[in-house]
Design a protein around this ligand. Structure first.
Ligand code: 13P
Length: 250
């Protein structure tokens, strides 16, 4: 039985003060006993330390949105996995489509980050997803398979891995994949992982869905057999919407 996981990816939103305010509001609600699924929030790097202090007494995982693939050195403007570990992070989101699209991250770069983050004892949320063009060209499965296979190259243990399927055309657009469309891709990801790591490891792997998840569609998505929670963008910035989505995972 897989425990569902719902993570709010705040992206480039909220100042430190606003992040503390939102984290406090979420912590108060989660603190009242939502233990049926794992909950995480991913604020801006700047706010990680303060948000970490807020959620210390709650049951929420501190997540980062990205990191560099080296632990230290002359990489102006970057943040390393070892720094995130020291800051109390539990998870690092890697390979988000916005990183791939706007910052040129390839599967090879994502793979280096995945290995570094795991080496630091942190958990990885590896994002995969096809563009609208790729979906219309009928190559969704091969694109996702490459992202999974190449993203995990050289990784021998996936017990600290979560995969997030986020169709690029559904992110921030209000267009959600239907539960059947999402389930089809999730099942194919699980089959790919079973081929690489065996049935048992694949059966334990949690695969989140992301892309315009809202209180109105979360329950239907999370009810699918291979959908193990969500990676939530826009709706995670509103405490009531985020909590409604968390509750839909229970
Ligand atoms: P939205 O929920 O805003 O579509 O964003 C999804 C996402 O990219 C989460 O990482």
């Amino acid at each position: 039985m897989r425990t569902k996981i719902v993570v709010g990816n705040w992206k480039m939103n909220n100042t430190v003060a606003e992040s503390i305010e939102l984290a406090t509001a979420i912590t108060e609600k989660v603190g009242k006993g939502i233990h049926c699924c794992e909950v995480g929030i991913a604020p801006t790097f700047l706010a990680l330390h303060e948000v970490g202090k807020v959620i210390e007494w709650g049951d929420i995982a501190l997540c980062a949105q990205n990191c560099h693939y080296e632990n230290d050195g002359a990489f102006t403007g970057e943040v390393s996995a070892s720094m995130l570990a020291a800051a109390g992070c539990g998870y690092v989101i890697l390979g988000h489509s916005e990183r791939r699209q706007y910052f040129g991250e390839t599967n090879a770069v994502v793979n280096r980050k995945v290995k570094r983050v795991l080496e630091q004892g942190l958990r990885v949320i590896l994002c995969v997803g096809e563009t609208l063009q790729e979906r219309e060209a009928g190559i969704t499965e091969s694109v996702i398979t490459s992202q999974v296979v190449e993203g995990l190259e050289g990784v021998s243990d996936i017990s600290s891995l979560v995969i997030a399927y986020e169709p690029v055309w559904a992110i921030g657009t209000g267009k959600t994949a239907t539960s059947a469309q999402a389930e089809e891709v999730h099942a194919s990801i699980r089959a790919t992982v079973a081929g690489l790591y065996g049935q048992q490891a694949a059966a334990h792997l949690r695969i989140q869905y992301g892309g315009s998840v809202k209180p109105s569609n979360a329950a239907e998505l999370f009810a699918m057999p291979n959908i193990d929670g969500g990676l939530i963008g826009g709706a995670s910035l509103n405490v009531d919407d985020f909590m409604a989505i968390v509750k839909a995972a229970c």
